[in-house]
Design a protein around this ligand. Structure first.
Ligand SMILES: NC(=O)C1=CN([C@@H]2O[C@H](COP(=O)(O)OP(=O)(O)OC[C@H]3O[C@@H](n4cnc5c(N)ncnc54)[C@H](OP(=O)(O)O)[C@@H]3O)[C@@H](O)[C@H]2O)C=CC1
Ligand SMILES: Nc1nc(=O)c2c([nH]1)NC[C@@H]1CN(c3ccc(C(=O)N[C@@H](CCC(=O)O)C(=O)O)cc3)C=[N+]21
Length: 300
């Protein structure tokens, strides 16, 4: 049996289309344009690519994009002053600081400085707490995108066994919260989990967010399971020529796609959904800031 390949790229394009429509309506009816500010500290080439893609897609859906590039040695005070300015700017509805940041800066302190209402990454403790207690929050983009793909694929998730491998604040923990809210029976696995292959084999829904290339093997997948591969790992690809690289996920795609019912590819799976959900969160933040109803079909 061969799995359905979940086309995240196409789904993300559809989501962006819905966002563009609602942004156009917001402009025409209320004279409002949602704005997203992205802060990039330093010159990490991979981060530069993501930030460029985000900026481009933000403008394509009709939103304002504000990019702030700071040198790798920027003093913390200067970064905080920028965040304070963006918090106070009514044209900015979403703020994202690309991680990782250089080691002299604290990610926890950066996140704490961002107004929770503008925290489109859903990392602020207020948003993490709202999500955990079942209230309206800003939800981290990657888990939100995974949830949209899962609901589209499976309809109801109620009663399914979900295993999330990874417990980061950005991906694993909010993913588990969202699955719990959709009435899955949720297991969170991590580097200390005993007999990970056996835990994974119980999963009707398997979400891999580890950051280790193809660590999750095909024979860890329950036949017919839905596999969501969040991992983005760049590895050497000498077969493509000297010095060439390619992207792979955290799941051994070839073998897993023989067993799974449905699986997301890398690239073209979760990655494009993350950016689409970043735009969705910015639109949501803009609506909330102006006392307008939530955008349709774009929140958890
Ligand atoms: N597609 C997208 O849009 C996005 C993709 N990513 C990608 O997703 C992956 C995960 O990202 P992120 O959550 O930020 O990563 P982190 O490094 O913050 O977390 C990784 C998690 O994996 C766990 N882990 C590490 N090694 C093992 C192991 N051998 N067995 C079981 N669990 C293990 C860690 O466990 P422990 O806590 O015990 O150390 C940790 O909880 C990365 O590849 C990243 O690039 C991230 C964000 C968005
Ligand atoms: N504060 C913060 N929030 C994040 O959400 C965040 C972050 N920092 N730091 C880095 C990770 C990684 N991340 C990705 C986003 C999009 C793709 C993406 O679009 N991937 C495409 C193309 C990838 C390519 O070709 O390079 C794909 O998978 O098809 C990937 C990875 C967000 N992250």
């Amino acid at each position: 049996m061969s799995a359905t390949i979940i086309d995240g790229k196409a789904f993300a394009a559809k989501v962006r289309g819905q966002i563009a429509e609602q942004v156009a309506r917001l402009k025409a009816e209320k004279g409002l344009t949602p704005g997203l500010a992205v802060i990039l500290v330093g010159e990490d080439p991979a981060s530069q690519v993501y930030v460029r893609n985000k900026g481009k897609q933000t403008v394509e859906v009709g939103m304002n994009s504000f990019e702030h590039k700071l040198p790798a040695d920027v003093p913390a005070d200067e970064l905080y002053a920028l965040i304070d300015k963006l918090n106070a700017d009514p044209a900015v509805h979403g703020i994202l600081c690309q991680f990782p940041v250089p080691p002299h800066l604290s990610e926890t302190e950066i996140v704490a400085r961002i107004d929770p209402a503008k925290d489109v990454d859903g990392l602020h403790v207020v948003n993490a707490g709202l999500l955990a207690s079942g209230q309206k929050a800003m939800v981290s983009c990657t888990p939100l995108g995974c949830l949209m793909l899962l609901r589209d694929q499976l309809g109801s998730l109620s009663g399914l066994n979900a295993v999330v491998v990874g417990r980061s604040n950005l991906v694993g923990k909010p993913m588990a919260q969202l699955l719990l809210r959709d009435s899955c029976t949720v297991t969170i696995a991590h580097s200390r989990t005993k007999d990970l292959p056996e835990v994974c084999r119980r999963a009707d829904i398997l979400v891999a967010a580890v950051g280790r290339p193809e660590m999750i093997k095909g024979d860890w997948v329950k036949p017919g399971a839905t596999v969501i591969d969040v991992g983005i790992n760049r590895i050497d690809a000498p077969e493509r020529g000297e010095g060439k690289t390619r992207l792979v996920g955290d799941v051994e795609f070839g073998a897993a796609s023989e067993v799974a019912g449905a699986i997301t590819p890398v690239p073209g799976g979760v990655g494009p959904m993350t950016i689409a959900c970043l735009l969705a969160n910015t639109l949501t933040a803009c609506c909330r800031a102006n006392g307008l109803p939530e955008p349709e079909g774009l929140t958890a």
